[in-house]
Write a protein that binds this ligand. Structure first.
Ligand code: GDP
Ligand code: ZN
Length: 310
């Protein structure tokens, strides 16, 4: 090929891709060999760096996707090849939950596992802090993960709650927003950008859930600051981890784990497990341990099913 250029995918549409290039925004399609015979996982996603060949005035053909780093994916079924990449080259992941019925510590833990595994920094954003909620209860339920994750309470109604988040974002870094629809991701992105860049949804009165405006993933650029990637409708990710150490870190049980008899102890049913002992002695909350077990089981199942497939 002559005349090949680099670009970064800013939005994935049904039949084409929006690509940010030196010469501005370009609409791109895929070459045949990318379109056929590749798994879902290999198709370009928002955040991907790609190589394209321009044609016409504002169009291009994507001929290759550069190797990915720090990628989040969605699990379509139990196998690794059936994952769909949803954002790549991500530095921070804003795990967004609203301070109402949506708030779930378990979901936060699940997001954290995958985010940390891809060496992405997890950040918890608790939105709608103008609603009535018990700060004490929230703090209490997050105690076991608070050491691993910065937590921000925000309300689009009070600019002083947004300022610390804006200051936290470094220039040029890519931040993906994850969380159920209706928690306020688009609203927050608009406020951070100080202009309306994304449509927001009205909450349906009957279901309490935000209506699905679109499933498009979109990247927006803050002035002289970060690159924000919205991921509408991503409720949960698939887990790929089978790393008891990483899991132990997330749940802040690694201090106990150091005293386990076996170095590769999974803290399930091994003799001489100091984690189980800590639960029995009341030093470690049973709910925290139980969350660890559940996540472990999920990730173990995930890697096993892939192994059996081969
Ligand atoms: P998304 O689906 O996560 O992008 O959520 P949206 O940004 O579309 O917001 C869903 C609904 O929540 C909209 O009706 C917003 O006006 C509302 N909302 C967003 N942020 C806040 C907030 O800080 N406080 C309150 N009370 N409502 C909010
Ligand atoms: Zn153990």
């Amino acid at each position: 090929y002559k005349h090949l250029f680099h670009g970064r995918v800013s939005a994935v549409n049904k039949t084409n891709y929006e690509v940010i290039t030196e010469g501005g925004l370009l609409l791109c399609e895929l070459t045949g060999n990318l379109l056929y015979g590749r798994s879902l996982f290999e198709l370009p996603c928002t955040g991907d760096w790609i190589i394209f060949q321009p044609f016409d005035d504002n169009k291009g053909i994507i001929v290759d996707v550069l190797p990915r780093k720090h990628t989040l994916f969605r699990k379509k079924s139990g196998t690794i090849s059936d994952r769909q990449a949803i954002a790549s080259h991500v530095d921070k992941a804003f795990i967004v939950q609203s301070l109402d019925a949506n708030f779930s510590v378990r979901r936060t833990e699940r997001f954290m596992v995958q985010v940390l595994e891809e060496n992405i920094q997890p950040v918890l954003i608790l939105t709608k802090s103008d609603l009535e909620f018990s700060r004490h209860q929230v703090d209490e339920s997050l105690k076991h993960i608070a050491r691993q994750i910065p937590i921000f309470f925000t309300s689009i109604l009070s600019p002083e709650t947004i300022l610390p988040v804006r200051k936290f974002i470094r220039q040029g870094e890519s931040i993906v927003f994850v969380g159920s629809s209706g928690v306020g991701k688009s609203s927050l992105i608009n406020v951070l950008c100080e202009r309306t860049v994304l449509p927001t949804s009205e909450i349906s009165k009957s279901s309490g859930k935000g209506r699905h405006t679109s499933t498009r993933r979109e990247m927006v650029l803050m002035d002289d600051s970060g690159i924000l990637i919205d991921t509408p409708g991503v409720r949960e990710f698939g887990l790929a981890s089978d790393n008891p150490e990483a899991l132990a870190d997330i749940f802040d049980i690694s201090d106990f784990a150091e005293s386990c008899r076996f170095e590769n102890c999974t803290h399930v049913d091994e003799p001489g497990c100091a984690v189980v002992e800590a639960v029995n002695n009341g030093l470690l909350k049973f709910e925290v341990y139980n969350s660890y077990l559940k996540l472990r089981k999920e990730s173990w199942y995930f890697s096993t099913s892939e192994h059996e497939k081969r």
